[in-house]
Design a protein around this ligand. Structure first.
Ligand code: GLU
Length: 478
């Protein structure tokens, strides 16, 4: 059986948008599960849009996402070069071949003419230069008049092909424009390069966005004109920001690096985007890469677009964070502690234990720990707790008793702290939960904290806890 070969063909724009990453991922999963090959091809023929360092961004992103290539600019391979700007002569040779066969023609029309041209009622090229005589063409070429090479598409008939996601597609040929194949700078357009490269690189399955679905008949003409076998097509629906708008790098949406910087794990992003446009057979939501390779199926690809839901991705990321070993969690977390106001003041590990099950992204860390250094006088009515029947007078008693016991404590250990809290509750004949809640507020200044009174007292240490309890007591006496 023929080896399955597919490709990821990004334009090096400097971003790796989640839509691009998803195309890469699906191509990777498809290649891997079929023991096939994934090729990376850099589509940089649009020289105005090329951004320095962009290929590195593509490689770094794919590496972080654990998507690997069998062939590509860095990997090498027998079908290179894998960068389109290095394949200029190949396209030119093939364009000439099409001209010789009558499937393409020189076009000398200038911008002004093209701006106003209409054909069969719509604004598009009217095949004007198809009818130039041989002599006129030679004269124009000799004069050095700039030209493009256009595809000659028949007006009659219909084009049909089978897409593995969308099924049978039928488009009347009269709707297809004679697009430019080779630009006046000698570079090919996407419309031409994708066909030449996919064929010469032995691509059996083309996986790409469905914005190319309606142009595919034009590409099929090229395959047929050259006498090449058409590939199988797998067109993917777009990822939407909301019902009306696609996610777009131009609007700064959903760039992989931005999510990493916000504290998402690459594995969680990959897992989430795998499910944007593909549904597994059951309702499984968490997938390792290995499981994705095994479960992915073209029949599970959706024909309708999917909406990117960051809340959902956050939830999934939280699940991944919970499963990290503590050491690994801390490796990711430390840079965020370093950026927070506890930097150099409190024990990161102690906070780490409190936070691992309480955050969905690492980026939440600075905000979650900020209360500890923002300790300041607070409204004593915050002590009021209906459930525990506590008001600030009761809170004062709680603090007075526990403080006297804390003062005597030699070992600042959780167990001892818990004993004191229980003892205080006993003396005052209240629930120990009430004591925990009063003390937590007294030493943190806020009602919601990661971790309770004992954990916070442990982070603060004996001296600072006692100092804060004294302060809290004074504020209650004001
Ligand atoms: N360079 C094209 C893009 O980024 C690739 C499309 C394709 O995969 O053929 O949209």
């Amino acid at each position: 059986m023929k080896t399955i070969r597919t490709r990821f063909a990004p334009s090096p724009t400097g971003f790796m948008h989640v839509g691009n990453l998803r195309s890469a991922l699906y191509a990777f999963l498809f290649a891997k599960q079929n023991n096939g090959k994934l090729i990376l091809r850099i589509e940089n023929t649009d020289t105005d849009r090329v951004v320095p360092g962009a290929v590195e961004v593509i490689y770094n992103t794919c590496k972080a996402a654990k998507i690997t290539f069998d062939e590509g600019p860095n990997e090498g391979g027998n079908f290179g070069p894998y960068v389109q700007s290095e394949r200029k002569e190949i396209y030119q040779k093939h364009a000439k071949e099409l001209i010789d066969k009558g499937h393409a023609y020189y076009c000398f029309c200038d911008k002004e003419r093209l701006a106003n041209v209409t054909f069969m009622g719509t604004h598009r090229y009217d095949k004007h230069c198809l009818y130039l005589s041989k002599e006129q063409i030679e004269e124009n070429l000799a004069k050095g008049i700039p030209y493009t090479i256009r595809q000659n598409i028949p007006i009659e008939g219909v084009s049909e092909f089978e897409d593995l996601v969308f099924g049978k597609i039928t488009i009347p040929n009269k709707e297809l424009e004679d697009n430019v194949l080779l630009k006046s700078d000698g570079m090919p357009t996407y419309n031409f390069a994708n066909v030449v490269d996919d064929h010469l690189m032995g691509i059996t399955h083309v996986i790409r966005g469905n914005e190319y679905l309606s142009s595919t008949p034009k590409y099929n003409f090229l395959y047929d004109n050259f006498g090449w076998e058409r590939p199988e097509y797998i067109h993917l629906t777009p990822i939407m920001k909301d019902e009306n708008r696609k996610l777009s790098k131009r609007h700064g949406d959903a760039n992989f690096d931005d999510f990493i910087n916000k504290g998402y794990l690459a594995e969680a992003i990959v897992n989430y985007i795998a499910l944007l446009g593909w549904s597994p057979k059951d309702n499984q939501e968490k997938f390792t890469m290995e499981q994705l390779i095994n479960s992915f199926s073209v029949s599970g690809l959706s024909r309708s677009s999917s909406v990117f839901d960051e809340v959902k991705m956050k939830w999934l990321n939280g699940e991944y964070i919970k499963e990290l070993s503590f050491d690994n969690f801390m490796n990711y977390a430390i840079p965020y502690f370093e950026k927070s106001n506890i930097k150099g003041k409190y024990d990161y590990n102690k906070f780490g234990h409190l936070l691992q099950s309480r955050i969905e992204t690492f980026g939440e860390i600075p905000e979650k720990v900020s209360f500890i250094t923002n300790y300041h006088k607070f409204d004593k009515n915050l002590y009021y707790n209906k459930r525990f029947k506590i008001d600030y007078n009761k809170a004062r008693e709680v603090i007075e008793i526990s403080l006297s016991l804390f003062n005597k404590l030699d070992n600042w250990l959780d167990e001892e702290l818990n004993n004191i809290i229980n003892k205080t509750a006993e003396v005052l004949e209240i629930k120990s939960g009430a004591v925990y809640s009063v003390l937590r507020l007294a030493i943190s200044g806020v009602q919601i904290t990661p971790g309770g009174a004992v954990e916070i007292a442990d982070i603060l240490g004996k001296e600072e806890t006692i100092e804060r309890l004294n302060k809290a007591l004074n504020w209650l006496r004001d």
